[in-house]
Design a protein around this ligand. Structure first.
Ligand SMILES: [Zn+2]
Length: 271
């Protein structure tokens, strides 16, 4: 239902890479307007439950529910990045606000195919809604920002003024990788397979596929093994200007550092 753009414009990196984009559908019909009201009610009713599922899955705690606003962030609606299309969803770390675009999201129960699948194969048909995955992605950004602020790192991702392109990609790999980890809990098809042999050797060759799918496969083993401790270590240590050129080695180093942290803590506790 939704697609991300294939290339990244440097000018648009700040907001674009923390957003989920699609192109305008051709379905702004009365039926779709009805559906808009449904999806707003759906999100309002299910946000707390989706947060609870993520809390249980990763053994984490959201300090509070984020503010959810319907529409486009100001920077986008002001056509600052007209070439990027319209955002399905985005997160603004400055105001801790998730923006959702009602015309582009769907209530899971509102399509005929969903109704039929749920009725006839409820045990097999486990997918809830594309909206759950997209909302989860932005909740991932919201949680990372919460943790960064609690560790004194400020808003995350930061604004990228005076950052090199390598530094921007390093932070965005972690930011989008963690967000995709949240998203994948509800949408297995969201993340395409990515292999270490795909990493671009030239900084000008990076695409959204590298940032989103590559980012997920970069951070996934770290989060799977170390959970919240892994997420915090990633926020504090995104790939630097050198590490961006050897990301398999970066992942190995991160896992070793976390292993040593735990060994150190165990020795300290035992001592
Ligand atoms: Zn994102």
């Amino acid at each position: 239902m939704w697609k991300r753009r294939a290339s990244i414009g440097m000018a648009a990196l700040g907001l674009f890479l923390s957003s989920t984009f699609g192109s305008l559908p051709s379905v702004l019909s009365p039926f779709h307007q009805l559906e808009n009201r449904d999806v707003r009610a759906y999100v309002k009713h299910n946000l707390g439950g989706i947060i609870k599922i993520h809390e249980d899955n990763l053994r984490i705690t959201f300090d509070e529910e984020p503010e959810v606003r319907w529409g486009q962030p100001r920077d986008l609606s002001a056509s600052a990045y007209p070439e990027q299309g319209i955002a399905l969803a985005s997160f603004d770390p400055e105001t801790d606000t998730i923006f959702l675009s009602a015309p582009l999201l769907r209530n899971p129960d509102s399509t005929l195919i969903n109704l039929l699948l749920r009725k006839f194969i409820p045990r097999v048909y486990k997918q809830r809604s594309p909206t759950d995955g997209i909302l989860s992605h932005e909740l991932g950004h919201y949680f990372v920002d919460q943790e960064a602020e609690s560790m004194g790192e400020g808003n995350w991702p930061p604004d990228f003024e005076n950052y090199t392109l390598e530094e921007v990609y390093g932070i965005q790999l972690v930011s989008e990788g963690i967000a995709c980890h949240f998203e994948k809990l509800f949408n297995f098809g969201a993340i395409a397979p990515y292999f270490d042999s795909h990493w671009p050797t030239n900084i000008d060759d990076w695409t959204n596929d590298d940032i989103y799918n590559g980012g997920f496969f970069l951070v996934q083993p770290i989060i799977a093994q170390y959970g919240l401790q892994g997420i915090r270590h990633l926020i504090l240590n995104p790939p630097n200007e050198c590490e961006i050129y050897d990301l398999p080695a970066y992942r190995t180093n991160m896992l070793e550092q976390l292993e040593n942290q735990i060994c150190f803590e165990e020795v300290c506790i035992q001592g």
